[in-house]
Design a protein around this ligand. Structure first.
Ligand code: ZN
Length: 221
């Protein structure tokens, strides 16, 4: 995680102005990246276990190398997936208000420590001429979460794709995540939530942002 996320809790923060440090490959070049290298990852993880001096004949460790590789194949499936299909439909109402999709669960892997971080994403948008089916927001979040990530980039990537494909008048993506690299090590603070936010278009407006967060609050009562 970056320095800004070392001060977790409190309000959702926009990303500081800095170049993206995402390790992700460009989505356009990813589709032909081929299958997940299960065997290579299993061999590498076996070396890791050996370097710890563990007895790999222990019944609980037999096959662990391959199980770990298979688990990462699933957890990092976004590295090889094609960008999700997002069929939109026309917005018949000319003056649509804010649409909120709250509490989308996500699970990701911290690129800095390769430990899980997980939580909820919330999306709000003021429609332009197109609307998007509600289930598609979860697809977009999942697509970017399932790769080595930092939460700030994940938030921006979800916002960028929705902005590009949906062309809303305004868009906000807020994410809150618990990072095991902060809970199991480092500052060791249990249950702390890191909050990140990305805004586009009319959602830069603070009163619209307040409306969004108050709607989120209502959905939790
Ligand atoms: Zn980390």
């Amino acid at each position: 995680m970056s320095a800004v996320a070392e001060q977790p809790g409190g309000a959702f923060r926009p990303r500081p102005v800095s170049p993206a440090v995402s390790p992700s490959v460009d989505p356009k070049t990813r589709a032909d990246a081929g299958r997940f290298p299960v065997e290579r990852v299993a061999v590498a993880f076996r070396h890791f276990l050996e370097s710890l001096g563990l007895d790999l004949a222990d019944p609980n460790l037999v096959g662990t190398d391959r199980r770990v590789a298979r688990a990462f194949e699933e957890m990092l499936s976004g590295l090889r997936a094609a960008e999700p299909e997002l069929s939109t439909f026309p917005n018949s109402k000319a003056d649509s208000g804010l649409v909120c999709v709250a509490e989308i669960p996500f699970y990701s892997i911290c690129a800095h420590h390769f430990l899980p971080f997980f939580g909820q994403a919330h999306v709000g948008y003021v429609p332009g001429t197109r609307l998007l089916g509600l289930s598609k927001f979860a697809r977009v979040v999942d697509f970017f979460a399932r790769r080595p990530q930092i939460q700030e980039d994940l938030t921006e990537q979800v916002a960028d794709l929705l902005d590009r494909r949906l062309a809303p008048a305004g868009l906000i993506v807020a994410m809150e995540g618990r990072h095991l690299c902060m809970e199991m090590r480092g500052i060791s603070r249990l249950g702390v939530s890191t909050k990140t936010m990305a805004v586009r278009g009319t959602m830069e407006n603070e009163s619209l942002q307040r409306q969004f967060f108050s709607r989120l609050g209502e959905s939790r009562r």
